[in-house]
Every structure is written in C-alpha cells, then in structure tokens.
Design a protein around this ligand. Structure first.
Ligand code: BGC
Length: 411
C-alpha cells in the first residue's frame, strides 16, 4: 500500500520539490510581469502627461453675429488637452462660456451669459466682459489730473461706473489668435481721446491665455499719449454649479485683512476697515450665505456684498487673492493677481428678469463677480494707490484663474 502510494505520482517527493520550484518560479515571473506592466504604465502616463503639457491649445474661430452697425463679431473657442473650453467674443472681449471639471471630471459651464450676440448687445449686466477705461466707480464722474478737470459719463446713481455708457464691454476689439503650447487670444482696442470723457488716446491690449493646466490668464496692457486714469478688469459672473441657482452655498476665501467701506452710492469713504469681527471677514473659507443676511449698514448699502477688499500683498509678484469653492460639485476656482484689490459682488442686482444660456432664469444672486482691480474712486482719493498713466509709461496687469477640484490641495 505504502509502495503504491510512494510510487503514485502524487506522493513522489522528487516530483513535489520540482512542483515547489515551479511554483516559486511562476510566482517570481508573475511579480516580474506585474512590475514590468506597472513600470510601462507609469512610463506611458509620463509620456501622455508630457504630451498633454506640450500639446498646443486649440483655438477655433466662428461668426458670433452681426452688430447693429453691421460689423461682424466673432467667437473664439479655446480648448485645452484636458477638455477645458473657454469661448470669447471680440465684442466687449466677453467670455461667453467657460467649462471646468467637477469632482467626477465632468466639464460644465461655470459662468453666466447669453446664447446669442443680440442679447449681449441689448441688455448685458457686464456678463464676462472686459471693463474699462476705469472699472468700478468714480464719484460724480469727476476728477482732476495735472490741474485739469474732467467730467465723465454718469451712468450709475450720479456716479460713473465701469467706463461709462459705452465702456470697453460694448466695443468691438481687434482679435488675433496666437497658438502655441498655451493658446492665446490677443484683443486690441484704441480708446480715443475724449471717449466717455477720458483724456488721451489709450491703446489697450488684453491677452486671454488658456493653459493645459486648467488656468485662464488675463494680461492687460495700455499706453497713452496724455495723462489719464486706467483700471481694467474682467466681469465674469461665476456659479460653479450646473443648475445656476444662487451662489449662497459657495465658499469663499479672500486673502485680505481689510476692506473699503462705502457710502450709500457705493463710493468708498476713504477708510480701510479691518474685516475681523464683521460679515466681511473671508480670511478663512466661509459660506457666502453665512453672514449675508446680517443686519449691517455696509451690507444694506450694497444689497449684499458689493465691496472692494484690500489684498494682503507682500511683493510685486502675483498675490493669491481668492479661493472660491462649491462643496457639491467639488469645483474650485483660485484667483491670483498683480492688482492690489478685488471687488466681490454677490450678484445682488440679478433679480430673475434675465433669461440666460440654455433658457436658465438668472435669479437673485445666481452669479458672483471677483473683479481684480485698483480701489474704486482712486482718481479722487489721493491716499489710494495711483491709477494715473502717463505718456511713456506702460500699464500692466495680470490675473490668473485656476480651476481644480476639492480633492486637490487647496491653500
Ligand atoms: C458693481 C456693482 C454693479 C455690477 C453691475 C459690479 O462690479 O460693483 O455695483 O451693479 O458691477 O453688473
């Protein structure tokens, strides 16, 4: 019996040893194969990442529509390798749509706007537009420079707002596509001496650049032939959710310890107030809806937030100005700027009367603006950083918007 078992292959000790060796060998082979596969995957990923970085951003031009003066406005669609898409028209330099990924990688539009040029021409509360020559307010539309008095168009309860009746948001810019690893759209405009009451011919360039790192950079430059005032910004209304109901569930952090209180016509009083202990404290990520209902004179003047925060800038380089996030979509928008301040406007004047893209009704506070800029009314407030541009000088300003998701490290 034993002999039978002994001679049975199953119980052959030699055979068992060979099996063991074979088993170990195949284990080794398996481990080797797996690590080889992992390594080549890693290499592949590196290669494709590099391809992503090196691949040019695509820019396509199409006709957006015809303006009342029969000029044609174009639409430029910039698409990066990750799938982020930004559409810009040369009418007002308006960003009409801008997609960003949510926590599941779904790209959806994060800005308010219209589907057609006609709507932008008829009634645009500055959706997505370039704002100039002077973004924000100048008290009573008056200022003096080098001993001369200037009167600007008055278009907002007795004050001058966002460049006047026909600001940079309502003019046709000359567009030039600059393709490369990063895709840029260069817009230029000559604002003539006397336009909306401003002195000097101002040659303005705004370059929108989309990177493969989900950033949209905006570079502003201007030169003049007479002393003038300049304060350029972009007026995109952000809503990081797909449904575009109000922005009260968004969270905001502003890197600012002080803000500028205003009078009831929203002109700064000249003071710089500490945000600490006030509803204006956004020094940590805070729900926008948290303090907005507070009984506060400043909130009453603005009908919500419509104020300028003084950024904690330490150097001349870019300051991390703001982080906006929305917990359900997981979308995050970070803003870096060379400007000394940021206007946070909580969309208080949106009241449901506008029907926007995809027939969505834009209700009260359905979008918010984060406008990087110099302080409002600076031409009249000598203690504020200067906004004067003289012949021979170059106005330069840069703002970067970076889109990411909450799982990424957010500072
Ligand atoms: C201003 C608001 C104004 C809005 C117009 C914002 O930049 O601060 O007061 O109503 O623009 O859309």
């Amino acid at each position: 019996m034993f002999a039978r078992l002994y001679h049975n292959k199953l119980y052959d000790p030699m055979q068992l040893n060979v099996k063991k060796i074979n088993f170990h060998l195949s284990k080794l082979l398996f481990i080797f194969l797996i690590s080889f596969l992992l390594q080549s995957c890693k290499n592949e990923m590196k290669k494709s990442d590099m391809a992503n970085i090196a691949a040019p951003v695509k820019i396509e031009k199409s006709i957006f529509g015809v303006l009342p003066d029969q000029q044609q406005a174009d639409l430029f669609t910039m698409t990066n390798k990750k799938g982020m898409q930004v559409k810009i028209t040369n009418y007002g330099g308006i960003i009409t749509s801008w997609t960003a990924p949510d926590k599941n990688g779904l790209y959806e539009d994060i800005v308010l706007g219209y589907d057609s040029l006609d709507h932008y021409v008829k009634n645009n509360p500055y959706f997505g537009a370039i704002i100039g020559r002077y973004g924000n307010r100048i008290a009573k539309g008056k200022f003096s420079l080098d001993g001369k008095n200037y009167s600007l168009a008055v278009n907002n309860i007795g004050n001058h707002l966002h460049g006047g009746i026909v600001g940079f948001d309502k003019v046709l810019w000359t567009a030039q596509i600059m393709e490369g690893e990063e895709g840029s759209l260069k817009l230029t405009y000559l604002s003539k001496d006397g336009e909306e009451g401003y002195p000097g011919n101002l040659q303005v360039t705004v370059i929108y650049t989309l990177t493969n790192d989900n950033e949209l950079k905006i570079d502003y430059e201007a030169e003049t032939d007479q002393a003038t005032v300049v304060n350029l910004t972009n007026h995109s209304y952000f809503n990081l959710t797909a449904n575009k109901t109000d922005i009260l569930g968004h969270e905001l952090k502003l890197h600012a310890d002080k803000f500028l209180p205003v009078d009831k016509t929203l002109i700064p009083t000249g003071e710089l107030l500490d945000v600490k202990g006030t509803p204006f404290d956004f020094s940590g990520q805070k729900l926008i809806g948290k303090d907005i209902p507070a009984e506060d004179e400043q909130l009453a003047f603005g009908g919500g937030y419509d104020h300028c925060w003084v950024l904690n800038t330490s150097t001349d380089s870019l300051t991390h100005a703001a982080t906006l996030s929305e917990p359900i979509s997981g979308r995050v928008l970070e803003i870096y700027t060379s400007e000394p301040a940021i206007q946070f406007y909580s969309g208080n004047f949106l009241d449901g009367s506008i029907i926007g893209k995809n027939k969505v009704v834009y209700g009260h506070r359905s979008g918010l603006c984060l406008e990087t800029q110099h302080y409002p009314d600076s031409p009249n407030q000598k203690a504020f950083p200067s906004v004067t541009l003289k012949p021979g000088e170059k106005y330069k300003s840069r703002t970067i918007h970076k889109c990411s998701v909450l799982t990424d490290k957010v500072e």
